[in-house]
Design a protein around this ligand. Structure first.
Ligand code: OOG
Ligand code: NI
Length: 465
């Protein structure tokens, strides 16, 4: 109906993340327990820091604290990657960033489907970390062929969702009814299916080649493997998970605790083994277990420039080299201490982070700057900041970190294989499989910084050039 307005991509995404949350809480009670725990940690953090509450209220973040920030899926081939790309496009989520996890011995490469503009991120920042299985890294040619054939046969999107996608791409939008129906159909793709489509024997063979092959190829769809909530104090949440015997991973991934948070810190409880059944050749069913699903929390900080990022990567690598984390995580405390020591070299205040071009900032004129209009303001950005006419706020990192992601993958794999694969991943191959290009996250942050500065200077009556 041409008279009905289209529902915005932001609204569809908000509906979708809500529906995924409801489904996952129903399917995975251990995730509901995590949601309760993090809600309590957040309440405590707000009680202890009223200024934080004020800040969140101002940013309209208070009401959305319990809304999921991301989830993750793993797909099996180019066709699947391409169709989930189309699904997420309806929700204003586009591929940003390329993550090669083969260097950490995980046979996947990944991107994150996410909203990109500020207003969309504020409305609902839900992202999906999406990994494409790399069967080319599996040595056993016969097994590789068998997995590829199984994946080629399965259909991960409902026939109705496929129809709706065609309509959407033809018409350019959904009315309210179609949007609701689309969301209902879309979550079906990510539902847990406890009946494996293969025999117990084949599952074991895949699992022996790599547990991820079993997870991706033995079920009838790319089940959501975790959802992630925002924690205001991730260290407190990590302790609380341990205290409640929720089997958290050994460390919080990412940078250490700091005054000025940078990038992304995240931790999770380990996937719980769940009963599944196998489909035997004679049609009978055998019982088994499979550990796929977990829950995660995250805390985000400033996005780093290429220079800041290489400093981060170096300090993290140094910490890992100096105090290697044991497979069982028993020396986690020593690693965390080492990490803290190394990161003493990373400036921890906005002024230095900006002056040394380590992080991206958003510039805005202060009230004083605005009233200053007309009079001749100081010429350089430094002077404008010093004079209090312009102010800076860090641009929040909206992406992921490959070393952290590998740490999360690994915490759910039985054996801690660490050797990297020899064949390198290829961003180009990933893009060809997906059917579109991946956006570069640094370009997005740089543009956000540049446009905020230009707008700020214009308000101050200065020439951005
Ligand atoms: C994805 C793990 C990575 C993150 O937040 O870095 C991830 C997976 O296990 O499929 O979700
Ligand atoms: Ni995650």
């Amino acid at each position: 109906n041409a008279a009905t307005p289209f529902v915005s991509a932001d609204a569809v995404r908000a509906m979708f993340s809500r529906a995924m949350s409801d489904m996952y809480k129903f399917e995975a009670p251990q995730y509901t327990a995590l949601a309760e725990l993090v809600a309590k940690v957040n309440r405590d953090a707000l009680r202890e820091a009223p200024e934080l509450e004020e800040e969140l209220r101002e940013a309209s973040e208070i009401g959305r604290l319990g809304v999921e920030r991301h989830g993750a899926i793993r797909v099996g081939n180019a066709e699947e990657l391409s169709i989930v790309r189309r699904l997420f496009a309806v929700m204003g989520m586009v591929p940003v960033g390329y993550y090669d996890l083969s260097v950490a011995g995980i046979p996947v490469h990944s991107t994150a489907f996410r909203p990109i503009d500020d207003a969309a991120l504020r409305r609902n920042s839900f992202r999906v970390f999406t990994s494409l299985l790399r069967l080319d890294l599996i040595d056993d040619i016969e097994l590789r062929r068998e997995a590829a054939a199984i994946l080629a046969r399965r259909e991960i999107v409902t026939p109705r969702a496929r129809k709706l996608l065609d309509y959407f791409e033809k018409d350019g939008g959904f009315d309210e009814g179609a949007a609701r129906e689309f969301v209902t159909e879309a979550v079906e793709t990510f539902r847990w299916r406890s009946q494996a489509t293969v025999s117990a024997e084949l599952y074991r063979k895949f699992f022996a080649a790599h547990p991820l092959i079993a997870d991706v190829a033995c079920f009838n769809g790319p089940h959501i493997n975790h959802l992630t909530l925002r924690a205001l104090d991730i260290d407190a949440a990590q302790c609380a998970m341990a205290a409640r015997n929720m089997n958290p991973k050994a460390i919080v991934e990412g940078p250490p605790r700091r005054r000025r948070p940078i990038l992304l810190r995240q931790t999770s409880f380990r996937a719980l083994p769940e009963p599944i059944s196998f489909t035997e050749a004679d049609g009978s069913r055998a019982e088994g277990v499979h550990a796929a699903r977990f829950g995660e929390i995250e805390q985000r900080g400033a996005a780093l420039t290429a220079k800041g990022r290489s400093l981060y990567d170096r300090l993290l690598a140094d910490a890992h080299a100096a105090a290697p984390l044991a497979a069982d995580g028993s020396n986690a405390a020593a690693f965390v201490e080492e990490l803290g020591r190394r990161f003493a070299a990373f400036p921890d205040d906005d002024a230095t982070l900006r002056a040394e071009r380590l992080a991206f900032f958003r510039y805005s004129p202060t009230a004083e700057g605005v009233s200053h209009e007309g009079a001749a303001p100081p010429a350089s950005i430094e002077e404008l900041l010093r004079a209090g006419l312009l102010r800076i706020q860090p641009i929040i990192y909206e992406d992921f970190l490959p070393v952290s992601a590998a740490g999360i993958f690994r915490s759910n794999l039985k054996e801690e294989r660490r050797e990297s694969y020899v064949e390198r991943a290829s961003r180009k191959a990933f893009e060809e499989a997906m059917g579109t290009e991946i956006l570069d996250e640094l370009t997005l942050y740089q543009e956000a910084e540049r446009s905020s500065l230009a707008a700020g200077l214009e308000v101050l009556g200065l020439d951005p050039a």
